[in-house]
Design a protein around this ligand. Sequence first.
Ligand code: 5CA
Ligand code: ZN
Length: 462
Amino acid sequence: MKKTNFSEWYNDILIDAQIMDVRYPIKGLYVWFPFGFKLRKLTYDVLRSLLDRDHEEAYFPLLIPENELLKESEHIKGFEEEVFWVTRGGFAELDIPLALRPTSETAIYPMFSIWIRSHADLPLKIYQLVNTFRYETKHTRPLIRLREITSFKEAHTAHASWEDAKLQTDAAVALYKEFYDRLGIPYIVSRRPQWDRFPGADYTLAFDTLMPDGKSLQVGTIHHLGTNFAKTFDITYEDRDGNQQFVNQTCYGISERCIAAVISVHGDDKGLVLPPEIAPVQVVIIPIYSKQADSEAILKACNELRDELSRYRVVLDTDDVRPGAKFYKWEKQGVPIRLEIGPRDLSKSSVTLVRRDTGKKESVKRSELQFRLAEAMINVLENITKKARAFLVSHTVAIEIPEQAKGKTGIFQISWCRSESCGRKLQELSDADVLGETEPMEGLCPICDAPTTIRALLARSY
Ligand code: 5CA
Ligand code: ZN
């Protein structure tokens, strides 16, 4: 059951709903089943369509020469323990070891240094959707903590000024909000504590959502890189007065954790519950035969219905099994709408419409079906969004002292002076992580008593 044993529920649903096969013989690497891969494609189509408004998609190599990877000292300190290395070609030792990208700053920025010449080349906004490799030492988990991240969307931008790059981080926040709104996933945006910012960044903003077990999951990050990488990789442009200036950069990334969130936040004990926009099957039609009725007429009506609904991803399930078994199968796959046609529906010129998210059944006139179906699709997203948001809100609690969070799950807001020492003390006393800074409020830091308007978010996290 999702409520009582989330971890078991999660592992079961990945197999039962045909998302991932976890039997691949390398730790932290998993196989996408075809159904899961369709879900992945549809989800990333949404993300792509948002990015394509004003970014261009590109592709950079998987392998990064050691000397480039090691150039930015902060960056490599953050990643050195997580890098997979290629050191041989056949039997020959390579002159320069090659890293499998853990993320692509050091693959992309040497090229930015060549590409960017003048202010006319700015802003530059590109993204790629690739696999990345991280030798994670924490407990690996499908879609959540991977050693091969198969669906890493990373955007990289360059700007004329620090302020322009800041505006881009704001734009990226808006973009990720739109993305997660389309998936019905609620989020909290916070500014990561400085000691936990992305290695090489001026600051990091994070999107977190709450999993059913009350632990938070970071589902995206946005980094202002300042001129840190520009100085290392010599990325300069000639400004309007003819002077050479360093660019300011940002990068922001989302991985298949977005799919882990969709599965976990919306799913129930029957299986997946999917937002219609990304559901691989949006409508399933099931003929209900009975002894007295004319099966051929029912099947004919179902076929006509399928043709009429061709603008949706629709399946007519004519398998020779009981309707109950079909309901069970498609509920598990998260199909938002089920349509049934039986003898009674046929005689009334109606269709029975059943919603996956509520289980509610209703008889809909055949002539009104198109309209009612479109309406139902919107209502599904609205309803699952509302439910998910209510869960997040009811599990977000303001506390006065860090001990109040100890042994509890959920997200806690607490005053904080922003110093690293007090932040670490908060973590220690609550046995939770500081996710970041949230909206300001007057208060006193519970560790040092200093007056502050800053509040920290504390949560046990994945
Ligand atoms: N270059 C930057 C932005 S593109 C970067 O690598 N940022 S990151 O390290 O914070 O990763 C971006 C997002 O990827 C994280 O917010 C997190 O949601 C996800 N992520 C990070 N590590 C893993 C992992 N091992 N498995 C699955 N997802 C991960
Ligand atoms: Zn303090």
